[in-house]
Ligand binder design. Structure first.
Ligand code: ATP
Ligand code: MG
Length: 595
């Protein structure tokens, strides 16, 4: 357990309360079974982390289990590549589904069998209207729908047509199977929803076995019930689908086809983060348009991106605890995520020294060819993490911005005549500097005071305000460092008011699905979100780093003193080539920008 997670009892939230109440009443006999149901049509993003942590977390807290279920009902958009990456991301977050890895497609036979049962009961019919007609007769939020001319088809006729749909006798879109519920329902989801459509398409798992595919609303509740899920936790836009969820499984349980107690759907507000986009459709555009280097570009709000950036699973859990679980939508500022990562890394990451923008410091009164070793703590608050040694010598690298030729008032670092402490070593006084033809400072000259060595008696007696880091020129090694920043420069990319205040919760748009519709998010960008990309979201530099960093293993995370948190790149860092990504700066540099 890390200190970041050490929070004693988890904070109450409404999902935890529902589960506790169900345990108290014995509704599920004390069982708690949740599921995380991604569609394998893209890489997981930060929003999914919230859902994963909630689902696996609730199960773990209650001695239950969480299933990983791939919701693979759309044969056209899905891929095994995505499945592998999703499973790896869930594991990276620290969760384990044991043997409970399922696919909605595992249930295709049962789903089909149940569909025939609904037809036989007079509770479903084959509709032969076109997609346009289906849309037109669906009604609106204020007007009821109109019954299909095929609504009164006999069960025998519908059954015959449905079997022929399955046998491949009809082209895509010729017919759909609809539940027979209520065309006048105020809830559009209850107006005879389509549950099967014809799709002559191979599926990545079932191959050519099927040319009819079940739709989400029908598939999801039945999959939950077959897996004996107790709490089916999903995001708010499914609230209006809950009556349908219950209708389908109640009917099947009444018919003796499903076991009670049935699962219950519980909706929570999705994570909405500023300065990113969290929709697969937009993430795909970033990748395909070459705006980032791939799905795992450290600037991407994907979990593979987060991992490469150096964000931590513990930081995501901390974010989840801090932002809670709510019933109404609200925006979370990116700084809350960055703070969670900082707090986790601050507690755990060992300290190292890197000079990101080096200039030379020459100590004129230090013996040429001489050197000494200075002990440096690996973590200032955690002595158990030990110490290491850095070589101190006559020529050092220091940061360019730790010297100023004519400093403003209040600048406490090096300037002609000024004194600073070289941390873990001596106090030096600046005696001069050299510039190149372009006017850039190349060398700073100083003298040191041998009586001020850190750690020796009396050395700290003389106080100076500045305290800067350094590396011996002969010992430091070059490293490629990628300074990552936010991918977008505005809080609401693509919005007409990209700096706008989003205090008030937005109503969740109910997704309206008909056969043939694809279930993409319905957000309509008012401006192109790509226009809001931050042109300074990555800067590649060559830094000088202490030798220990060249030996770091890939994915090792550090605080570079005074600079921020960095991670050895998962793919590019190797022996002989040090490559570090900046995870996050030490302090928030964004608050107060723009507006
Ligand atoms: P997107 O809209 O980005 O494509 P999705 O909802 O289609 O996301 P799925 O793979 O269908 O993605 O989602 C898997 C699970 O993750 C669902 O239970 C969904 O509700 C949840 N989820 C998706 N986005 C978020 C989010 N921003 N916050 C919390 N949970 C989310
Ligand atoms: Mg989806």
């Amino acid at each position: 357990m890390t200190s970041a997670r050490a929070a004693s009892a988890p904070a109450p939230n409404f999902v935890r309360s529902i589960v506790a109440e169900d345990n108290r009443t014995g509704k599920y006999g004390g069982r708690v079974v949740t599921r995380f149901p991604p569609e394998p049509n893209g890489y997981l993003h930060f929003g999914h982390a919230k859902s994963i942590i909630l689902n696996f977390g609730i199960a773990a807290e209650n001695g239950g289990r969480c299933h990983l279920r791939f919701d693979d009902t759309n044969p056209l958009k899905e891929d095994v590549e995505y499945e592998d990456s999703i499973a790896e991301a869930v594991r990276w977050l620290g969760f384990d589904w044991g043997e409970h890895r399922y696919h909605a497609s595992d249930y295709y036979d049962r789903l089909y069998e149940f569909a025939e049962w609904f037809i036989a009961q007079g509770l479903a019919y084959v509709d032969s209207q076109s997609a346009a007609e289906l849309r037109a007769t669906r009604g609106t939020l204020t007007e009821p729908g109109r019954p299909s001319p095929y609504r009164e088809r006999t069960p025998a006729e519908s059954l015959d047509l449905f079997r022929r749909m399955r046998a491949g006798e009809f082209p895509d879109g010729a017919h759909v199977l609809r539940l027979k519920i209520d065309m006048a329902s105020p809830n559009v989801n209850m107006r005879d929803p389509a549950i099967y459509r014809i799709r002559h398409a191979a599926h990545h798992r079932t191959g050519d076995k099927w040319c009819v595919y079940p739709l989400y609303d029908y598939t999801h509740c039945i999959s939950d019930a077959l897996e004996r899920i107790t709490h089916s936790i999903c995001t708010l836009e499914f609230q209006d689908h809950r009556p349908l969820y219950d209708w389908v499984i109640e009917k099947l349980a009444d018919g003796g086809l499903l076991e009670r107690p049935l699962p219950q759907q519980i909706e929570f507000a999705r994570l909405k983060l500023t300065y990113v986009v969290l929709s697969k459709r937009k993430l795909i555009q970033l990748v395909e348009g070459g705006h980032v280097a791939g799905w795992d570009d450290p600037r991407m709000p994907t979990l593979v991106g987060a991992r490469r950036r150096g964000y931590t699973p513990e930081g995501f859990r901390l974010l989840a605890e801090r932002t809670g679980v709510s019933k109404s939508d609200a925006w979370i500022d990116m700084s809350v995520l960055e703070d969670a990562m900082r707090d986790d890394l601050n507690a755990r990451a060992e300290r190292r020294v890197a000079v990101l923008d080096p200039i030379r410091l020459v100590i004129d009164n230090y013996p040429a060819g001489g050197s000494e070793r200075c002990a440096v703590p690996n973590h200032p608050q955690r002595p158990e993490l030990g110490r290491r040694e850095l070589t101190f010598a006559r020529e050092l690298w220091i940061e360019r911005d730790d010297f100023m030729e004519s400093p403003p008032k209040g600048y406490f670092r090096l300037a002609p005549g000024a004194e600073v402490r070289l941390r873990y070593a001596y106090i030096v006084r600046c005696t001069g500097f050299e510039k190149d033809a372009a006017g850039n400072v190349t060398v700073v000259r100083c003298t040191y005071d041998p009586a001020t060595r850190s750690g020796t008696p009396g050395a700290e007696a003389r106080k100076v305000k500045g305290n800067i880091h350094w590396l011996a020129v002969d010992e430091a090694v070059p490293a490629e460092v990628r300074l990552y920043d936010r991918l977008f420069r505005v809080p609401f990319p693509g919005d007409r008011n990209p700096w706008g205040d989003r205090g008030a919760p937005e109503a969740a748009a109910a997704p309206v699905k008909v056969a043939g519709d694809d279930d993409d998010d319905a957000e309509s960008a008012e401006r192109n979100f790509l226009d809001d990309l931050n042109p300074g979201s990555v800067q590649k530099i060559t830094a000088q780093v202490e030798p220990a960093l060249a030996q770091a293993s890939a994915e090792a995370r550090y605080q570079f003193e005074r600079a921020g948190y960095f991670v050895a790149d998962r793919h590019d860092h190797a022996s002989g080539r040090a490559v570090f990504n900046r995870t996050v700066t030490l302090k928030d540099s964004w608050s107060g920008r723009g507006g």
